[in-house]
Design a protein around this ligand. Structure first.
Ligand SMILES: [Zn+2]
Ligand SMILES: [Zn+2]
Length: 188
């Protein structure tokens, strides 16, 4: 499932007020067919590519605005929009935005986004009937009715990076005793 990706990947909103870079290959790319993502994107599914926030950088002077938005998991998400054209660039789920960023694949430059394919399809119980995932199944991509645990699906190198991230989260938790900002493995 691994894809050859040369980083940094670059992306921007429609008016180019916001530009960003992704400094490492994505950990995992979720194709989510839940009704929430359908509504929030105005289409049949969303492509969210997950990256450590430390490997994601806004390169424009202007920063996105963060809008608190509900999500299917119930944990909510902060959706980052351009303050000028309001296109969504990325979202942070479950309040752990300090650690992982879910990039909207469609905002990557064409050359970058061509390299990104779903690693998993989730919430397919509400997928549109006309979307045929047969070729995705043949490609070996897991198809989940609902959510999944990251450790079940992610590539080995991505899990190693996730473990490293968990260590950092634990360290930060200790450093900020009582702040309660760490997060267990997520189910999005
Ligand atoms: Zn814009
Ligand atoms: Zn969804």
């Amino acid at each position: 499932m691994a894809t050859e990706i040369s980083t940094p990947l670059k992306g921007h909103c429609t008016c180019k007020t916001i530009t960003y870079e992704v400094l490492a290959p994505f950990l995992c790319t979720n194709c989510c067919h839940c009704t929430w993502c359908q509504r929030e994107t105005g289409t049949a599914f969303v492509l969210n590519a997950i990256i450590e926030t430390s490997n994601f950088r806004i390169t424009s002077e202007t920063k996105p605005v963060l809008i608190d938005t509900p999500s299917a998991s119930g944990d909510g998400q902060m959706i980052a929009r351009c303050p000028n054209c309001y296109v969504v660039l990325y979202s942070d789920y479950g309040g752990d935005g300090t650690w992982t960023t879910f990039v909207r694949v469609g905002t990557l430059d064409y050359e970058s986004k061509k390299t990104v394919k779903p690693d998993i399809h989730i919430f397919t119980s509400t997928k549109m009937d006309w979307i045929d995932l047969t070729s995705e199944k043949e490609r070996g991509v897991p198809i989940m009715e609902e959510s999944y645990r990251w450790s079940q699906v992610w590539r080995k190198d991505a899990i190693a990076r996730l473990d490293l991230l968990k260590l950092k989260i634990d360290e930060a938790k200790k450093a900020e005793e009582g702040a309660g900002m760490g997060k267990e493995e997520s189910q999005i």
